[in-house]
Design a protein around this ligand. Sequence first.
Ligand SMILES: Nc1ncnc2c1ncn2[C@@H]1O[C@H](COP(=O)(O)OP(=O)(O)O)[C@@H](O)[C@H]1O
Ligand SMILES: [Mg+2]
Length: 453
Amino acid sequence: MPKLHSLRLRFMIAILLWTALGITSIWYSSTRLFEMHVERQYHEELDVHIKELDRLTKLKANGQPFLSRPLSDPRFAVPNAGFYWQITRQGYEPIKSASMTKGGIDDSIANSPQVSHGHQVGPTGKAITYGLIRPTADGDSVRFVIATDQRLLDAITNEFEAELKLWLAILALLLLASGGAIILFGLRPLDRLRKASETLRRGEADVIEGNYPSEIAPLVGNLNAYISSNRELIVKARVQAGNLAHALRTPLAVMTDEAERMAEQENGSAAATFLEQCRLMTQQIEYQLARARSVAGKGKAIQASDFSATAMTVISAMERLHPDKSFRLENSLPSSLRLAIDPVDLSEIMGCLLDNAGKWANRCVVCRAEVAEGRAIIEIADDGLGLQEENLETAFEIGSRFDAVKTGSGLGLAIARDIARGVGGEITLIANPSEEGGLIARLYLPAIICLGS
Ligand SMILES: Nc1ncnc2c1ncn2[C@@H]1O[C@H](COP(=O)(O)OP(=O)(O)O)[C@@H](O)[C@H]1O
Ligand SMILES: [Mg+2]
């Protein structure tokens, strides 16, 4: 059996089963009860009629039975109405009710002075028959039989069943509707919780907000406590890493200085190693400081940025930094769209990618942005020399550089990718397939918020 992962589905199935069970048992017990009731009434009536027939029958002087006056129930006079009586005496003319225009009733049911009853085929179909014998003074007997068509009884129960069907259908609908309403109403806090957690995820709120019923409130409280302690922990760790890097910076600068002097004076290989190690340490420290700058002190998990505003600010800075290169922005993101990243982090990434493109471009840099499958794809393409296929991935390592001429730390791409991955995004480098060649840095950013649409 497949697992039921939806609470709504579970409740709905339970309500359906309950309703089906309830309606079926009401149907069964009501029809049974009604049938019993109608049948009992019929039998009582027939019992009265046969006794009345017995009472009203007299014998003429020649022994021929006759009715002193008609039976009280007028239905015995209506032809083929389904109500019949019959009086027989061996050797005499049988007398029958006016309703019996054809056929007759088998009088074998009249077999004792006590009323006995059974079923047989009457003048107009299946009938319930009642019979009784009255002995005469001369040792003979008169037989009384009364029959009522079964169809009359069936018609009453059929009519009742048709009406009951309608009412039970209405009842079932009402039960299902009220069950649905209860599910909807009862599970509303869970919907609110889902929305609140989405808001939290998008960085529009710091905690799960709202009042919740007592069954869910403790869960929300615990989650909120966990979120805030976690956030504090991350901030503290980042600040500590930043502080450590900062504290090491000055002694390291002094050591680097000293190593350079040693290298100049003694020209020894020990000094060169010393210098190289100092350079590696400096890289690590600068990297940690940059990361601390980007994450520390942030209250919210993720914020939303407007791509075009950030891109324009960074591009105008890059135009001053690389005055001999032209920068072009082709933004096809809808204006209602926001990127799920802090604006400072977005400028850090854009700054790194555009600076690289500006540094290595021949003449121009193009920045394109578009949406695809719910995430933004931002491409920064230049017409420079590009990178060897095997360096496209290594370029992201801390300190990796493939150009001895241009200045740099080799940290830019490492930091940019780190930030992008931190918000669920990614950066890749690919060779520019266009004629000018060069490199394309492709940045993916997820969790796009569409405002007002
Ligand atoms: N657009 C580009 N064209 C050619 N090479 C690039 C480009 N972007 C990055 N690179 C190569 O990747 C290396 C690492 O880049 P990065 O991490 O930004 O460090 P930095 O810019 O400080 O050198 C660069 O030194 C360079 O060799
Ligand atoms: Mg760089």
